[in-house]
Design a protein around this ligand. Structure first.
Ligand code: FEO
Ligand code: CA
Ligand code: CA
Ligand code: CA
Length: 604
C-alpha cells in the first residue's frame, strides 16, 4: 500500500539475510512451496514419477522437464481480454539436464559402452529438454494444482517438429536430410529465458545450443566456429545405439556429397527464438530467424502501440557478445497481430558510446553504412574469421555475431535477461560477469576488468520511441560485496549492505506494479552464499533481498499472476535432496510458489 510520499514501487518487506541452508528463504509474512518438480506427469497417460529416476524416455515426454528456467503465466482468459489470477497456462523452459540425476545410476557413457549410448537414455535426455505448458488452477483454499486432462497441457522437446520462419526459411545453408527445402527442423535445446509476445504467445530462447553438436572435421565453417562447435558433443546423443536419424543428426560432420545426404547444416537450424502458441496445443513451434542467430538468452518486448513497429530486445550471453534490437517493418494492430510480425524487419546491435549515448547499428545489407563496412571487411580477418563476404541477408543473419563485429558493436560482459520498465519505458539488462575482460578491454559500459560480480545497465530510447536509432544509457547498479558503490554525477547512489549484496545478476523482470526483480546465478561462496532474488525500486534504486534458494542452485525465472499475489520462481540445478528432504541422488528442479500470508501483493 502507498501513502504520503511513498512511491508505488516502494519495497514493503523486511530483507532476508544471506543463507547457506538447503531450503528456500522468504521474508517474514510470506510462504513458499515447491511446485511442478522435474518428472511431474502433465500430459498423455500421466506416468507417475519414480523417485529412483527409472522413468523411461516415453514417460519423460509426458512429464515436466529438467533445469527449469524462464517462465510466464498466461491468464486462461487472456485471449478474451481477461486477466485471471486464479487459472492460467504456466509455460516454462527446461534449459539443460543433470545427467547423473536423470537416470537411476547416472548416464551410460559411450566410452564405457563400446562407443554407443543406450537409445532410451538419449530419448529421455532429449525429452527432459524443451518447454512445458501446464494448465494450472487455484482452488478455493488458495492451493495451485495442475488441471489434469486439460488439452493445453503439453511438452515440447528437443525432438519436436518445428518450422523455420523469416529470412532464413528455405536458405540453402539450412537444407538437411530432414528438410530438403530448408523450411523445417526438429527440436529446441538449451532454452534459457523467454519472452511473452504482445499477442499471447511465448518465445523460448536457444542459448548454448552449440554444445549439442559434433563436427569431427578440423575445417569447420564460420557459422559453427564463431559459436564453439567442436568435435565433441555435450551428451553424445549422436551415438545412440539404435542409429535413429533423430539422434544421428547431432553429428554434423559432412558425410555424403550433398546437404540433403546428411546433417552438416543441422546446427544452422538452431540459435533462434522459438515461438510457441500455448493456447493452440496442436500448433507447430516456429523458429523466428529475423531476430538473429546467436546465444539467445531471452527476449523482451517494448510496449506495443497501434500502427507502429513491434520492437524487442535480446542479449547474447557469452563473454564479449552483444545486445540486439529487432524492429518490425510491419506495423502492429491488436486485431491482427501475430508471429508474422517477427518475420520482416531490421535487426540492430547496440554500440554504447563513452559519453553515455548509444547507437543502434543496423545489420542489413539494405543499409548503405553496413553494406560499406561489409565491403571494407572482405579480405580481412574479423575475430578469428577470414572474412570473404556474405552471400545475402540470410547469410548475414546466420552469422549474426560476425555481422555485429563488422558493424562495430560494443562487446559486453555477458548480456543475460532484459526488462522494460512499464512506467518509464527504460530498458534494463543484466551483465552477469566477465572474468576475462582485461584493463585494456574496459569501456564505459563495461568498466570493470576481471568483472566477477556483474552489473545492470539501462537506457532510454531517444524520444521515448523504442524504434529510435539512438539512446542514452547509465549503469543502474554494480553488484558486489558490502560497500560496492554505484556513483552518478560524483554522488554515491547505491552502496551495497548486508541487505542487498549480490553477484552475477541474471534473471530480470518488472512486475505489473513496476518493481524490478533481480535473480542471481553466481558464486555461492561467502559473503553471498546461496543464489538469490532481490527486489528493486527503479526510481530510488533501493534494493532488498527477498528470497534465497537452496544449496547449489541458480535462481532463474520469475513471474506473477496479474494481481501480483502469486509469484512463481524457478530453482535450477539444486543439489543433494532438494526439495524432497530425503536422502538421495535425484534432486529435482522446481518452480516455487510464493504468496503473502495476508493475501496481499508480493513485494508491497
Ligand atoms: Fe542460460 Fe545465460 O543463462
Ligand atoms: Ca562441443
Ligand atoms: Ca540465464
Ligand atoms: Ca547465468
Amino acid at each position: 500500500t502507498t501513502s504520503g510520499n511513498a512511491s508505488a514501487t516502494d519495497l514493503g518487506f523486511r530483507a532476508v539475510p544471506v543463507s547457506s541452508e538447503n531450503r528456500v528463504v522468504v521474508p517474514e509474512g510470506y510462504s513458499s512451496r515447491a511446485f511442478l518438480p522435474w518428472g511431474t506427469p502433465i500430459t498423455g497417460s500421466y506416468p507417475e514419477f519414480k523417485a529412483d529416476a527409472s522413468n523411461s524416455g516415453a514417460d519423460q515426454e509426458q512429464q515436466v522437464g529438467m533445469h527449469h528456467d524462464g517462465l510466464h503465466f498466461f491468464p486462461i482468459d487472456q485471449k478474451a481480454g481477461g486477466n485471471s489470477s486464479s487459472e492460467g497456462l504456466l509455460v516454462m523452459n527446461h534449459e539443460y539436464i543433470n545427467q547423473k540425476a536423470l537416470h537411476p545410476d547416472g548416464p551410460t557413457r559411450a566410452a564405457d559402452n563400446g562407443g554407443v549410448r543406450p537409445a532410451d537414455e538419449v530419448r529421455k535426455e532429449i525429452a527432459a529438454h524443451g518447454v512445458s505448458v501446464v494448465h494450472i488452477k487455484r482452488d478455493s483454499e488458495g492451493t495451485w494444482d495442475i488441471v489434469f486432462g486439460s488439452p493445453f497441457n503439453r511438452r515440447i522437446t528437443g525432438n519436436t517438429g518445428m518450422d523455420i520462419r523469416g529470412p532464413l526459411r528455405g536458405y540453402g545453408k539450412l537444407v538437411t536430410k530432414y528438410s530438403a527445402d530448408g523450411t523445417e527442423t526438429r527440436g529446441t535445446v538449451n532454452n534459457c529465458a523467454m519472452g511473452p509476445t504482445p499477442w499471447g504467445t511465448y518465445l523460448a530462447a536457444e542459448e548454448n545450443w552449440h554444445g549439442y553438436f559434433r563436427n569431427a572435421d578440423t575445417d569447420r565453417p564460420r557459422e559453427q566456429t564463431r559459436h564453439g562447435v567442436d568435435d565433441t558433443s555435450r551428451y553424445d546423443w549422436e551415438l545412440a545405439d539404435n542409429g535413429a536419424d533423430e539422434y544421428v543428426r547431432f553429428n554434423i560432420t559432412p558425410k555424403g556429397d550433398t546437404a540433403t545426404a546428411d546433417y552438416r547444416n543441422e546446427a544452422n537450424t538452431y540459435g533462434y527464438m522459438v515461438e510457441i502458441d500455448p493456447f493452440t496445443p496442436e500448433s507447430k513451434p516456429q523458429k523466428r530467424t529475423a531476430l538473429g542467430r546467436f546465444g539467445h538468452e531471452g527476449v523482451i518486448f517494448a510496449p506495443v502501440r497501434e500502427g507502429e513497429s513491434v520492437v524487442c530486445y535480446s542479449g547474447d550471453d557469452s563473454r564479449f557478445e552483444y545486445i540486439y534490437k529487432f524492429v518490425s517493418s510491419t506495423p502492429y494492430y491488436a486485431a491482427t497481430a501475430g508471429g508474422y510480425l517477427l518475420d520482416e524487419g531490421t535487426l540492430y546491435v547496440a554500440r554504447f558510446n563513452e559519453d553515455g549515448s548509444g547507437d543502434w547499428l543496423p545489420l542489413s545489407l539494405d543499409d548503405a553504412g553496413f553494406a560499406n563496412k561489409v565491403r571494407s571487411a572482405v579480405g580481412t580477418t574479423v575475430g578469428s574469421v577470414d572474412f570473404d563476404g556474405f552471400e545475402n541477408q540470410a547469410d548475414v543473419l546466420l552469422n549474426t555475431r560476425l555481422a555485429a563485429d563488422i558493424a562495430g558493436a560494443t562487446p559486453m560482459d555477458r548480456p543475460e535477461w532484459g526488462a522494460v520498465d512499464p512506467d518509464s519505458g527504460q530498458v534494463y539488462f543484466t551483465l552477469t560477469n566477465n572474468s576475462r575482460r582485461t584493463e585494456e578491454q574496459v569501456n564505459a559500459a563495461n568498466p570493470n576488468a576481471n568483472n566477477t560480480t556483474g552489473h545492470i545497465i539501462r537506457w532510454s530510447e531517444e524520444g521515448d520511441n523504442h524504434a529510435a536509432s539512438r539512446f542514452d544509457w547509465d549503469i543502474f547498479v554494480f553488484a558486489g560485496e558490502q560497500g560496492t558503490e554505484t556513483v552518478v554525477d560524483d554522488q554515491v547512489i547505491v552502496s551495497l549492505t548486508d541487505d542487498n549484496i549480490f553477484n552475477s545478476p541474471d534473471g530480470l523482470w518488472f512486475d505489473y506494479n513496476g518493481r524490478l526483480w533481480i535473480q542471481t546465478d553466481g558464486s555461492d561462496a561467502a559473503p553471498y552464499q546461496n543464489n538469490m532474488m532481490l527486489a528493486a525500486n527503479p526510481e530510488t534504486r533501493e534494493i532488498r533481498r527477498f528470497f534465497v534458494g537452496p544449496v547449489g542452485c541458480e535462481v532463474t525465472g520469475v513471474v506473477t499472476t496479474p494481481d501480483v499475489k502469486t509469484m512463481f520462481v524457478n530453482i535450477q540445478h539444486p543439489r543433494s535432496d532438494w526439495p524432497a528432504g530425503t536422502e538421495g541422488d535425484h534432486p529435482r528442479d522446481s518452480t516455487v510458489i510464493i504468496t503473502r500470508d495476508d493475501g496481499g501483493v508480493v513485494g508491497a
